[in-house]
Write a protein that binds this ligand. Structure first.
Ligand SMILES: Cc1ncc(COP(=O)(O)O)c(C=O)c1O
Length: 406
């Protein structure tokens, strides 16, 4: 039996789980709405949401019912056969993305792998030969995942160290520096660009509207795939279904995952025409992608977002929340540099290491996630109430107010 007691769960983990993560401080055993409970029965306000995954909070009744019903009826048949949910999910995404097609997988990194393969296929179509046009331009401080493709597209020493040689064909340029992107996007050799609308792991750094529009124009001029990574910032997190919608751009392809399944693993890319026919039968695949259970979970997320008006709710509630959070800069100007982000994806940028601050917040009952070496990241569930947002500010004010820099 897994984890019979809190102590045995920790001991078993310590002894038998590969140490690719720092040893977790908590064993979480239950979640409900915006809260989780640890093995000792202590309650936390969960504004880490499994790193932007639990879009509907924990155990939303509609999500639980849909997943239970599907699990009892049909869980998996592979992509050799159709399941009822996958097409319905693609159709639901079409209503958000416009014309095109979806390709399903199981995680964010896999979604980006599919984008990178799409860029290669585009390069072959564009140049008429393999290998001549395969470069993908990415942003400095980007994070696109831990697979070889995702890691190679992630220009961060701490991610790439120890795994070289990486995949070739990536060029990094500074986010929001359009002139730099204009210089590195080459009509002959560049197959695609890949940009997070708001960098998550890099420290909650939004791409500006001007920048995204400018890169889109350059991509159109040079026949380069314009690919957007919405894995962390998408699926309602900013108060729009996709964060890029605020900018008016039309990506050629979009990667999504995390919040899409509301806690059940699923990833997807959306490909706009004419690129949606680049993958052909046999050119890509995954056993689990778009399975019956994962599709039912994602359909439940999309249904609840619509039925509960969560996009409007996030938009409405985030402005006063951000304003209250900005009060932290006035409270501790020596400690807090700024508050940035959109909707329910917020980074409180500190003038010190955010990790001990996140630990103190956890001890005060608030779960957050550090990012980019300077940021306390707050990612509430889209269902979070105004009162819960206010509670998060109060905990932040208490912890930061008493903070004594090391
Ligand atoms: C923007 C972005 N892309 C890709 C990934 C990788 O997703 P996954 O961890 O599901 O492989 C992440 C994960 O944090 C992410 O934030």
């Amino acid at each position: 039996m897994a984890g019979e007691t809190p102590d045995s769960a920790a001991a078993q983990y310590d002894r038998h789980v590969v140490r690719s993560y720092a040893a977790p401080a908590l064993t979480l055993v239950r979640g409900q709405g915006s809260h989780v409970w640890d093995a000792a029965g202590r309650r936390y306000l969960d504004f880490a949401t499994g790193i932007a995954v639990n879009a509907l909070g924990h155990s939303h009744p509609v999500w639980v019912r849909r997943v239970q019903e599907q699990a009892a009826r049909l869980t998996h048949v592979s992509n050799l056969y159709r399941n009822e949910g996958q097409g319905a999910l693609a159709a639901a995404l079409a209503r958000r993305c416009g014309p095109g097609r979806a390709l399903f997988c199981n995680s964010g990194a896999e979604a980006n792998e599919a984008l990178l393969k799409l860029a290669r296929l585009h390069g072959v179509r564009k140049s008429g030969q393999e290998g001549a046009c395969h470069v993908v331009v990415v942003a400095e401080k980007a994070f696109h995942g831990r697979t070889f493709g995702g890691m190679s597209a992630t220009p961060q020493e701490k991610i790439q160290k120890g795994f070289r040689p990486l995949l070739t064909g990536f060029t990094a340029a500074p986010l929001n520096d359009l002139a730099a992107w204009d210089r590195v996007i080459d009509a002959r050799t560049t197959a695609g660009v890949l940009i997070e609308t708001i960098q998550g792991e890099g420290g909650v750094n939004p791409a500006s509207q001007e920048f995204l529009r400018g890169v889109e124009r350059i991509c159109r001029e040079r026949n380069v795939l314009f690919m957007i990574d919405e894995i962390q910032c998408g699926v309602g997190r900013t108060g729009r279904f996709f964060a890029y919608e605020r900018t008016g751009i039309r990506p050629d392809a979009i990667a999504m995952a995390k919040g899409l399944g509301g806690g059940f693993p699923i990833g997807a890319i959306w490909i706009a025409p004419p690129h949606d026919n680049l993958f052909t039968a046999g050119s890509h695949g995954t056993t689990f992608g778009g399975g019956a259970l994962a599709s039912a979970a994602a359909l439940a997320v999309l249904e609840v977002i619509e039925q509960e008006g969560l996009l409007d709710k996030v938009t409405r509630q985030s402005a006063p929340w951000h304003e209250r959070l900005r009060g932290l800069v006035r409270l501790r100007p020596d400690l807090v540099a700024e508050v940035r982000g959109e909707g329910y994806m917020v980074g409180v940028a500190l003038k010190c290491d955010p990790v001990p601050v996140c630990v103190a917040l956890r001890e005060a009952g608030l779960l957050t996630a550090p990012a980019g070496g300077v940021v306390v990241r707050m990612l509430p569930p889209l269902t979070a109430s105004a009162q819960e947002l206010e509670e998060s500010v109060e905990v932040m004010a208490r912890v930061l107010g008493d903070w004594k820099p090391a």
